[in-house]
Design a protein around this ligand. Structure first.
Ligand SMILES: Cc1ncc(COP(=O)(O)O)c(C=O)c1O
Length: 359
């Protein structure tokens, strides 16, 4: 094992059986129920490496985002794209830049390659510290800057004008600007048009969130043609499996189904907001941050206790060990049944907190 790998914490995926899952920002709808599964038997030759089926998937995704297919590549989730972009852009002597807090896989992959990771703290309200970032870009000349927009875990959406400023600053130092739009369907204002016009801008999209296909592991990279050709130098040729490609294309080619699914998710996000605001109105120290995603970040000094309480009630939310988010929980929108369970447990916790204060 390489020495630096000893510094990484193993990622154990928790068994989900019997839990209400509000921790991973997934779609609570399983769209497979709306797909004719004969499509798999008819189109998947498991004795062959994937080819045409992935082309069809890419074409379906390109149509969904309204861009030419030549600007789109598919991989095994955005996670794979993050790893590949780091391999593509970084030598061990290079620097990459991230903000903090942000999606942790950026930093992990940069460090894995031996690059120096320059992490810039977001402002207290989780807005971008633009001037600091510009100074640091000039000083460190990073080979890539990753940013999720809207941001996981804060839920905040950044100004397009700030993204433009960062794209120019990164171009000036010869680095790539990677905008990860995992939650863009909930926010609007995609940066894809800028990506296809700029040689140093990459947009990442995923099928795991609004599109409801986390189990298929499908992520998409959007960039201009020259950059796509360069990235093809390192992309594993058969990374997306046929089953995922065929099911993904079948779902993507049903715009009505996706529209209805997004509508239902947005309704549940509103419902979650009401539940959390009710909860925060009962507890002075609870703060709910504004969100343009399918989750909310809640800050409370009792985060750990609440996390453990919900976990005992078989409700899983996301807690964060330390740093700026140590008193925060991230809670995803769920189905009506799931949110009813959450509301009930939050009410029970409020009662138990009152009892504790009274004693
Ligand atoms: C910002 C962001 N990027 C990427 C991912 C990973 O996406 P995928 O499931 O496509 O690997 C996530 C998942 O939580 C995410 O929040």
């Amino acid at each position: 094992m390489r020495a630096m790998i000893r510094e990484l914490t193993p990622y154990h995926v928790k068994n989900a059986e019997g839990y209400t899952l509000l921790d991973n920002n997934e779609n609570f709808l399983n769209l497979l129920q709306d797909i004719d599964l004969n499509v798999i038997k008819q189109n998947v030759a498991i004795n062959r490496y994937p080819s045409d089926n992935v082309d069809r998937l890419v074409a379906a995704y390109a149509a969904y985002v309204g861009l030419p297919a030549e600007n789109v590549l598919a991989a095994n989730g955005s996670d794979e794209w993050i790893a590949l972009i780091c391999q593509f852009a970084l030598d061990p002597t290079d620097t990459m830049m991230v903000v903090s807090p942000d999606f942790s896989m950026y930093e992990k992959n940069g460090r894995l390659l031996g690059a120096t990771v320059q992490s810039i703290a977001l402002n207290e309200d989780f807005s971008l510290p633009l001037q600091t970032m510009l100074q640091e870009i000039e000083q460190w000349r990073p080979k890539c800057l990753f940013l999720s927009n809207p941001c996981n875990p804060t839920g905040r959406r950044y100004e397009v004008s700030d993204l433009d400023t960062l794209a120019i600053a990164m171009a000036n130092v010869g680095g790539y600007f990677v905008v990860d739009e995992a939650y863009i369907e909930f926010a609007g204002g995609s940066y894809t048009e800028k990506a296809i016009r700029n040689e140093n801008v990459i947009v990442l999209r995923t099928a795991s969130k609004a599109l409801g296909m986390a189990g298929l592991r499908l992520g998409f990279l959007i960039a201009n043609r020259e950059l796509i050709n360069d990235i093809l130098r390192i992309k594993p040729p058969y990374n997306v499996n046929q089953m995922s490609a065929v099911i993904g294309a079948a779902i993507l080619s049903q715009p009505g189904l996706l529209r209805e699914s997004l509508k239902r998710q947005k309704r549940q996000i509103e419902q979650l907001k009401v539940i959390l605001e009710e909860f925060s109105s009962r507890h002075k120290k609870v703060q709910i941050y504004p969100s343009h995603t399918n989750f909310f970040l809640m800050e409370t000094p009792d985060a750990l206790d609440l996390y453990q309480f919900l976990n005992r009630h078989k409700i899983r939310v996301r807690a964060f060990g330390d740093g700026r988010l140590r008193h925060c929980l991230r809670i995803s929108a769920g189905s009506e049944t799931e949110l009813t369970a959450l509301k009930k447990s939050l009410e029970e916790w409020s009662l138990s907190a009152c009892d504790r204060q009274a004693n």
